[in-house]
Design a protein around this ligand. Structure first.
Ligand SMILES: Cc1cc2nc3c(=O)[nH]c(=O)nc-3n(C[C@H](O)[C@H](O)[C@H](O)COP(=O)(O)OP(=O)(O)OC[C@H]3O[C@@H](n4cnc5c(N)ncnc54)[C@H](O)[C@@H]3O)c2cc1C
Ligand code: SF4
Length: 325
């Protein structure tokens, strides 16, 4: 691993000014970044430590939750209010990684962890995300875990995190701070970008910007929600396919429906066509099956991940059934 300078700023303003410099990266829990540095996939000369600088509080407000970017995954998952009124969020976090990693990993870091595409993480291979223009060996190579939505001929890497899938379903926004006191709020759906012809650029964050907090609006659908994850092992494995769903059901009729899926997109993927097939319908198994059958619309499989198309439908259906009871 390359030597680096660790910068420990006193406040957010100093952090973003330091973070805007060249060859610099932020570090929060370090559970992803340190691994990438050891593999020499990332080689920053300076690290700006966000610990003690960004908020870690979980605030309960009438309009929703505000979670500081430094909050640990384990603390958010175990918070009674999150378990009661944002169940899919708690379940998504509990399904991720291991207890040790959840104790270190932060909400901001989980939003921005890098893809698990094995070519990206091995500098012995070409990779357009690491080195633009070098090629994409995953297309036509080992792509079993990779994406079927939002893909391009330049990159098919999956966004690996569980929690942002739940956040995507419930219209979360992200509070961001940048140099010169430039604060802004971004809908989560606009934080990420699909690879197109520049897979190296994964988010819409500007140089130096940090994620300060995540805000999740309160809703009946978030209260009646679930996260279902299918993976190769029962624990300590990334999603092959996952679904965060929530429904508001009154007198047997679905008044509101939220569906997002993970393990399938180059970013956490909202499913408006599935939601439209649910709203106003009776909460019945055949309605869930018909709506879930639309989950794979627009999906484009590579040589080794065609199984995900049917699996998406099955996972969405199971998740919908689980919140209906
Ligand atoms: C074996 C293993 C299994 C795992 N399984 C899963 C899984 O099933 N599901 C899952 O979701 N995750 C999984 N993870 C990943 C784990 O959840 C992430 O490593 C963790 O969430 C990253 O958080 P961190 O605070 O440690 O981030 P760091 O490693 O500190 O940072 C990650 C990235 O985010 C940037 N960053 C961090 N915070 C901010 C901020 N506030 N503003 C701007 N940039 C920031 C850093 O610069 C870096 O680029 C697994 C990890 C391992 C090692
Ligand atoms: S899928 Fe993306 S990350 Fe993986 S090798 Fe291709 S360009 Fe790199």
């Amino acid at each position: 691993m390359r030597n680096f300078l660790l910068v420990r700023p006193d406040n957010v303003e100093a952090a973003v000014n330091a973070g805007a410099g060249p060859d610099t990266a932020y570090i929060a829990g370090g559970t992803d970044l340190m691994q990438l540095m050891k593999q020499e996939v990332e080689r920053p000369a300076r690290l700006v430590d966000l610990d003690g600088v960004l908020p870690d509080a979980i605030e309960i407000r009438p309009e929703g939750l505000r979670i500081g970017a430094l909050a640990r995954m384990a603390d958010v998952a175990a918070h009674p209010e999150v378990q009661r009124n944002y169940r899919a969020l708690s379940e998504s976090l509990l399904s991720a990684a291991s207890p040790q990693i959840r104790n270190m990993g932060t909400i901001g870091g989980n939003l921005l962890q890098r893809t698990r595409c094995s070519y990206f993480r091995d500098t012995g291979f070409a990779c357009n995300k690491r080195e633009p223009g070098s090629g994409c060996p995953a297309i036509g190579g080992d792509n079993r875990i990779l994406a079927v939505l939002g893909v391009s001929e330049h990159c098919i890497a999956t966004h690996p995190s569980d929690m942002p899938v739940a956040l995507m379903a419930f219209d979360a926004t992200v509070e961001v701070s940048g140099p010169d006191n430039a604060n802004r709020t971004i809908p989560l759906a606009e934080l990420y970008r699909v690879p197109g012809d520049s897979p190296k650029t994964e988010t819409t964050l500007r140089p130096g910007e940090v994620i300060v907090a995540v805000v999740v609006p309160a809703s009946s659908a978030a209260k009646r929600s679930a996260y279902v994850k299918v993976r190769d092992r029962e624990s300590f494995a990334f999603a092959l396919v996952s679904a965060a769903v929530g429904m508001e059901i009154a007198d047997g009729t679905i008044r509101d429906a939220r569906v997002a899926m993970g393990g399938v997109g180059t970013m956490p993927w909202r499913m408006p066509q599935v939601e439209a097939a649910l709203r106003g319908q009776q909460a019945r198994p055949e309605v869930f099956a018909a709506a879930a059958s639309r989950a794979s619309e627009g999906a484009r499989a590579a040589s080794g991940n065609g199984f995900k198309l049917r699996l998406m439908q099955r996972v969405a259906e199971r998740a919908l059934q689980s919140v209906a009871v």
